[in-house]
Write a protein that binds this ligand. Sequence first.
Ligand code: 13P
Length: 337
Amino acid sequence: MSIQAELNSTIQALIQPGKGILAADESHPTIAKRFKAVGVECTESKRLEYRSLVFSTPGLGEFISGVILFEETLGQNSLERVTIPALLENQGIVPGIKVDKGKKPLVNAPGDEITYGLDGLDDRLEIYKNQGARFAKWRAVYTISETLPSRQAVEANAEMLARYAALCQAIGIVPIVEPEVLIDGDHTIERSAEVNEVVISEVFNALRRHRVQLETIILKPSMVTPGKECAKASPEEVAEATLKVFRKVVPAAVPGISFLSGGQTPEEATSNLNAMNCHGPQPWYLSFSYGRALQEPAQIAWAGDLNNKSYTQAAMLKRARLNGAASQGLYTPDMET
Ligand code: 13P
């Protein structure tokens, strides 16, 4: 298959009505935090047990089109004794891989951060592709304050995202481009809109500069919400504010926008996505690429005990199904019970 045919077929497999992406690519410190919250010690075998359980949930492929994996998981054999990528493919789910190396402070820009991982990325992508990954993710992170993010942070992170995306497409891997504007702080929804607009426009300037093919990327942004120390906005307010920004800055050539959940509760993330999809047709398919909002209930049900397999898988399937409904504007809160 040509590189172009690979990109086209992966994007088609990822963007399907009623489906979204599961972000299960937590680094070791992040998954340790999630396990600690449910009283589980974070070891390699516990990470494998939990992820194998979740990925082998019967029927998961009906609502989940792709799973983003961490490097360790991509190379593991599941409890079913096939590799994790093969387990996902058997479920009709596309395996993906987080390829950035995390963030560090941006020098000469106090309070801002920059994502690392471009050096040697072309070689790593080759290896990941041979292991079965067909799409990738790179996350840039922006903090909101009265003065942040700085112009340096906005430009430097956009440049990294674009160079990563170009490298991915060159070898036939679909890039998920993730500029996460953090929910931390006491900013208003208007300030979040202002920052998201600046950040996302700069990302598309850089993508165009690096001749990234917009038709075969997925944008993974934050929703436009008030900071978490502010009063919450209603799903309708979040939907209006988010769509207003995205209509201005996301080209119609982009096939899909898959939101991150970023600290929203599972129910909020589902309601907010649903409200956006009740606004009528948009140029792009609006769906989810949630980590916490999909997995929290499953982690609570599992609590480190393999005997809780059926509860864990039921909790996973429920959030996947409800978010699948929200990606078509068909969710109602009574579906929670
Ligand atoms: P959350 O949905 O928990 O924000 O995670 C999504 C993600 O992939 C962050 O990089």
